[in-house]
Design a binder for this molecule. Sequence first.
Ligand code: KG4
Ligand code: ZN
Length: 331
Amino acid sequence: MILAIETSCDDTCAALITPSGEIAANIISSQTVHSRFGGVVPEIASRHHLTLLPAVLDDALATAGVTLDDVTLVAATRGPGLVAALLVGFCAAKSLAAARELPFAPVDHLHGHLAASFLAPSSFEPPFLALIASGGHTLLADVNDAGPQLHVIGQTLDDAAGEAFDKGARLLGLGYPGGAALEALAATGDPDAFAFPTAARMGGLDFSFAGLKTALLYKVRELGEAEATRLRADLAASYQRAIVEALTIRVRRALKQTRATKLAVGGGVAANGPLREALGALGVELDVPPRLLCTDNAAMIASAARYSPVLQFPDYLELDVYATGERTLVA
Ligand code: KG4
Ligand code: ZN
C-alpha cells in the first residue's frame, strides 16, 4: 500500500492506494473556517492541519482496513503551496516513513493533479494534452510520460482560473471558495445576458483572467446594488461562460499545435459542469476524473508517487518543502 498525505492549502488529506492505482481510502477534511476571511489564512490552515491530521490518518487506515504494517511507501506533497501548511503534512509523512525505515516519495502538487488521471480503474495513458486549472495554477502541458517533469506550453499571466471563479463569486456576494457556488447560481441564469472578455485576441496558449474580473467589477458598479442583485444569476452565468470559453479556446489551439488526440483535465476547476461539457464537445478522447479527484486530495498524490523519484531511509530526512513550482516545471 502507498500512504500519501496532502496539506498544501486548506484541505487536510490522507489516502491509501495499491501500487496499481486502486483507491483503498481517500479522506478529505475541508477547513471551512477560512470562508469568513474570504480566502485561506496560511497560519490558521497550518494549525488546523496539525489538529486534524491524526484523525484523518486514522480514518484512512480504518477505511482501507489496513495498518501501518501494510504500508510499503510513504508520500507527501512537497510543493507548490503554502509553506506552513505543506510543512505539517510533509514532516508527518517523513516521520512516519522514518519511524519504520520506509522509502519516501516527495510529490509535486501539479504532478498530483495530473496523476489523478492515472488512477484505476481507467488509467489514461500518455501521450496527451493536459489542462490543469486550480485555485493557484492554470496551465497546459504536453504530456509524453507519467513523470513529474511537466512540459508546460501555456500558463496564466495573472490570475488562475479558480482564482477568477473565487474573485467573481466574492463580487457576487457568494462565500469562499466560490467556484462551486458560482456554478450553482449560474445554472439559473442566462449566459448570453452580458458579454465578458475572454482575452481571445491575445493569441498563443497563455491565459489572462485579470481583465475579466475587472469587467465584472465595473458591470456590477454600473448596474448599481439593487439591479446587480436582481441580475446576479445572469451575471454569474455570463461570467462563468467567459472563463469556460477562455479555457476552451486555448485548449483547442493547443490540440491543433501539438496534434494531440487525447486530453486530460485536472485541478479544482475541472469539477465545473459547463467546462466538462465544453471540453467534451471538442471531439478528442477526454479524461476528466470524478469531481472528488479533481479538487485537492491525497489519492492523486499517492498516484503521482508511483512515477516520482523514491528516496530510501534516511536520505529524505533533510528534504524541505517549496512554495513555487519552478523546480519541476520545464518551460
Ligand atoms: O485544485 P484545488 O482544489 O486547489 C488548488 O490546488 O488550488 O482547486 C480549488 C479551486 C478553487 O478556486 C475553487 O473555487 C475551484 O477550484 N472550484 C471550482 C469548482 N469547484 C472547485 N471552480 C468552478 N466550478 C466548480 N464546480
Ligand atoms: Zn490543487
